[in-house]
Design a protein around this ligand. Sequence first.
Ligand SMILES: [Zn+2]
Length: 221
Amino acid sequence: MSEATPILTPPGNSSPTQLEATMTAALFPRPAGADTQQLSLLGDPRPVRTPAKLWRVWLSDPATRQRFEAKRYRRGSDQCWPWIGAISSTGHGSFRAASLSGLSRRGTVPAHLYAYQLEHGIIDRLGWSALTDPILCHRCDFAGCTNPRHLRLGTAGDNRSEYLARRHSHSSPLADTRGTAGLSRAVADAIRTALSAQEPASVIEGRIQDAFIAGQPWALW
Ligand SMILES: [Zn+2]
């Protein structure tokens, strides 16, 4: 969950019934062949539409999955799994699933979206404009996280209210003085540097903690 997670509609209210319907539609997508598409934003105001058939290829291709796993740093099952590849201006990981020609950036997708769909399957109508259409939120508020356990489907309204409620908490990644992109890049840099120096996981763990703490508001006092 973060301010920068794709939001294509103004915040609105959504009754539990609507949300339930959204979840059901998302978890049990229409049959293959239906005109399923997703919109995603990568710090770019122009939404990019990605057909489900492309997602199916990217999620099932072993070489693509291998490239994806090489860019996410897995830790304990309840911990954040930081993306160590490219970071978008919104602080989300960017994964180049494929190089597609043309003006669209369809081949580059948010890393957390790839991670979620790898675990749960393709989400129908993600990021579309209706208030009941799903968006993907970070439970942990760390935009660079790709642990599927830290991701959930919600609506733009949910995401907005959670952001407003949590951004003033000093320990929240949303309060980071470097901004969401600054935080994600600092964590990714720390891990990449440690990996290239072949440091043990326990040392890398300390470097990750330091990278998070460095941007907390009270760290400057
Ligand atoms: Zn996380």
